[in-house]
Design a protein around this ligand. Structure first.
Ligand code: ZN
Length: 612
């Protein structure tokens, strides 16, 4: 499903689409009028007035959240609310006009509340809601991805989710799927009307992903319906609707292919690079960091040099152990690269990729408990599975799909893409990249105590708003932070080899940030980007190629890992320094995660306000 969080290296359209699906909401009438306080804006309000504002804001923000969900059945679904799962958001002109009216009305209502009168926790909710509404408007009126990204149109996500989540009896869910399939023709008709001047890259992606949708709707669904307890007439109706949906999607794919060859022939098509102005705005809305995009870029460049220094010390130390008679190269990137290359030969076999990941998860959980690093919840298991087909196609290797705040007891999946689609050479390259050491760091990042653990905490946190308006930089930043934290706590026994590989892995996060900015804003070429990834970040060819593809297809999201990580790590070091011997790592982690998925600067404010 789409609430997924992925590794720096391994892909995330999923997260991107989750954010966007929240920004292209669904038709539903505006229900209640927003509640506005009549005492707002008076500055130093007396106690009773302030508590009135607090309760009015709490009511209003919760109701706004509910109305936003009501307007967006897809977002509701991903959040674990299934009441309107049968409804499909039609992405047409009418809908966009309704969205803008909704946004303006709610922004005006929000502005009635004086943020300075709200406690910090609610102040953050105010800020998150305001940012989300402003961001929705920006996506609709400035960014306009709905015009140039054909891959934003795919019927599969919600259907796959309904089929995979046992939230209701099988027959009820199949009826919901049938209702959604019935709206597939209208959905793609709206899509076709929207697409103007698409990029070649997003057009190709739309073809690949919609082909995956055809698989989802294919024989296995047909067999599932036929094996179900639906009435015979319903089964026949389902089959007819399914066939109709399939031919609609086939038609859409054919049109996209024509469009694609047209773009190729004329060398036309919109540039996938979004440029400085759109990039800074998107960074501000999506990341909500203390940095500007440019500042973050400069910081990442400095971090790359620092990592190279560290990795060179380790290489110099380890050289005699692995290359006794061989002289060490003069160039430091050469010698670091040679050692990494040598160590990368230690990796698991191709067909053990998934089973090895399954084996490591309980070991990580035990380590976290033994070292007393943070709270875990054994009643919420993580299920390792092969990535569903409709989620593949954008280079993803691993991701975590988590239940939303409304059904926190649903399974959390660790999606691992099997290497079946790779030829021998590609598989070998991939396995060298996810070698003995890096695979462990991957599991820390995706599972324990990275995404999976954070999401378990996040869903427990008080507040619908922080759960639903999740901040990607906090989530990715936490996962990246947890890698270094685990190694510092002794995972890998402080082996220099582990730290060297960690350096390589972390360099990927750093170069992700550099390349994303440089490509979209400074016109960095494919050749330059590949050179940085292969030579300066020591990546394998397959990994670098996948990343280049992702840089072309997404914007800003690749910077979230580094930005969030840098902010969390700096904050922890600052707290350690301030609190001295009173600092307790487990308390710090539990408290940090207790604020849900708020932007890192907001959590820092909250924690700085209170005693740990
Ligand atoms: Zn991740």
């Amino acid at each position: 499903m789409r609430f997924s969080y992925l590794t720096p290296g391994l892909l995330p359209f999923v997260l991107l689409t989750a954010i966007l699906s929240a920004c292209s909401p669904a038709p539903a009438p505006m229900s209640e009028a927003p509640i506005t306080p009549d005492t707002a804006g008076t500055g130093a309000a007396p106690e009773p007035a302030q508590s009135l504002i607090i309760s009015e804001f709490a009511d209003y923000s919760e109701s706004l959240m509910r109305r936003m969900l009501e307007r967006n059945p897809e977002w509701s679904l991903y959040s674990g609310l299934y009441d309107n799962a049968h409804q499909v958001t039609l992405p047409d002109e009418t809908r966009r006009a309704e969205d803008l009216l909704f946004i303006d009305a709610e922004l005006a209502a929000l502005a009635q509340f004086d943020v300075t009168l709200l406690p910090a926790d609610l102040g953050i909710d105010h800020n998150l809601l305001n940012n989300r509404l402003e961001s929705m408007r920006w996506y609709l009126t400035e960014f306009k991805e709905w015009q140039w990204n054909p891959a934003s149109y795919n019927a599969a996500g919600p259907i796959g989710l309904i089929l995979n989540t046992p939230y209701a009896p099988e027959e009820d869910r199949l009826r919901t799927v049938m209702a959604r399939l019935e709206q597939v023709p209208a959905f793609y008709q709206a899509a076709r009307a929207n697409i103007i001047d698409p990029t070649a890259e997003h057009t190709e992606l739309a073809v690949t992903q919609n082909r995956g949708t055809l698989n989802l709707l294919g024989t296995s669904l047909q067999e599932r319906v036929s094996a179900s307890n639906l009435e015979r007439a319903e089964k026949e109706q389902f089959e007819q609707i399914r066939q109709n949906a399939i031919s609609t999607i086939e038609g859409f794919i054919t049109e996209l292919q024509t469009l694609s060859s047209d773009i190729d022939e004329r060398q036309s098509g919109r540039d996938f690079r979004i440029g400085a102005a759109l990039y800074e705005s998107k960074f501000a809305y999506d990341i909500q960091s203390g940095f500007t995009a440019l500042e973050m870029y400069e910081r990442a460049v400095a971090e790359k040099n620092r990592l190279h220094d560290n990795m060179d010390s380790i290489t110099t130390e380890l050289w005699p152990k692995y290359f006794a008679d061989q002289p060490m190269p003069q160039d430091r990137l050469d010698r670091i690269g040679q050692l990494i290359d040598h160590l990368s030969n230690q990796h698991i076999a191709r067909d053990e990729f998934i089973s090895e990941i399954e084996r490591q998860i309980p070991l990580l959980a035990t380590f976290v408990t033994e070292k007393d690093l943070l709270e875990q919840d054994p009643s919420r298991p993580l299920v390792v599975r092969a990535t569903p087909e409709y989620m593949r196609g954008s280079g993803a290797g691993a991701s975590v799909s988590a239940p939303g705040p409304f059904n926190p007891t649903a399974d959390t999946y660790y999606n691992v893409t099997p290497l079946d689609d790779y030829n021998d050479e590609q598989a070998a390259s991939y396995l060298r990249e996810y070698n003995h050491w890096v695979l462990q760091i991957l599991n820390i990042h995706e599972a324990i105590p990275g995404h999976y653990t954070q999401l378990v905490h996040g869903n427990k946190s008080t507040g619908l708003i922080k759960s639903l308006l999740r901040n990607g930089a906090m989530i990715e930043g936490w996962a990246v932070y947890s890698e270094r934290m685990m190694l510092e706590a002794g995972w890998g026994n402080q082996e220099p080899e582990m730290w060297l590989m960690y350096g390589k892995w972390n360099l990927r996060v750093v170069t992700n940030a550099i390349i994303d900015y440089a490509v979209h804003v400074r016109g960095m070429t494919q050749e330059q980007a590949m050179d940085m990834m292969l030579r300066e970040a020591f990546q394998e060819q397959t990994e670098a190629e996948n990343k280049w593809r992702r840089v072309k297809l997404s914007q800003v999201q690749l910077t979230s890992y580094f930005t969030g990580y840098a902010e969390i790590y700096d904050f922890r070091e600052q707290m350690k320094f301030q609190m001295g011997s009173a600092f307790d790592l487990k308390t710090f982690h539990n408290r940090f995660l207790s604020f849900g998925n708020a932007p890192v600067p907001a959590i820092i404010d909250l924690m700085a306000d209170s005693t740990l």
